[in-house]
Design a protein around this ligand. Structure first.
Ligand SMILES: [Zn+2]
Length: 132
C-alpha cells in the first residue's frame, strides 16, 4: 500500500474515513463504530481500551473551547457571570457527545501517523496471512 502523508490521514480522519485508505467509513451511525474498514480491512479497535486516548482528546477539546468561549464572552460582551457559566456548562455537557466520533477518528489518525504499520496484525485475521 502506498505511504500516505500525515495531512491526508488527518483530513480523512476529520471526514470519519479510514486513516489507512481514506475510502471506508469508520462509523455506521452516531455511536456505532465498525470493527474494521470495509475497503482495506484495517482493524479500527487495535486492542481492548484502545480508544481511552480518544477520551483525552474529547475532554481536552471540550475544556479548551469552553474556557476560551467563557473568557471571550466575559471580555467582549456584558453578559453576566451566571448565564455565561450556564451556557458553557451546557456546552460542556453536549459538545463531547457531538465530538465523540471525531475524537476517535483523530486518535486513530494520530496513531497511523506516528506509528505506521502495515503488519498483518492490523488487518482482519486471515485476510493477509503471514508468509512463512
Ligand atoms: Zn481502509
Amino acid at each position: 500500500m502506498q505511504k500516505r502523508e500525515g495531512r491526508q490521514i488527518l483530513s480523512d480522519g476529520m471526514r470519519l474515513r479510514c486513516p489507512r485508505c481514506g475510502a471506508g467509513k469508520m462509523f455506521l451511525g452516531m455511536f456505532k463504530m465498525r470493527s474494521e474498514c470495509s475497503s482495506c480491512h484495517f482493524r479500527f479497535e487495535r486492542e481492548a481500551g484502545y480508544f481511552v486516548g480518544a477520551m483525552y482528546i474529547n475532554y481536552g477539546m471540550t475544556v479548551i473551547i469552553a474556557f476560551a468561549g467563557y473568557f471571550a464572552l466575559d471580555y467582549f460582551t456584558a453578559i453576566p457571570f451566571l448565564p455565561n457559566f450556564i451556557l458553557w456548562g451546557v456546552f460542556s455537557a453536549l459538545f463531547p457527545v457531538f465530538f465523540f466520533r471525531y475524537s476517535r477518528s483523530l486518535w486513530l489518525s494520530f496513531d497511523c501517523i506516528f506509528n505506521p504499520s502495515d503488519s498483518p496484525d492490523s488487518r482482519r485475521e486471515g485476510a493477509n496471512p503471514p508468509s512463512a
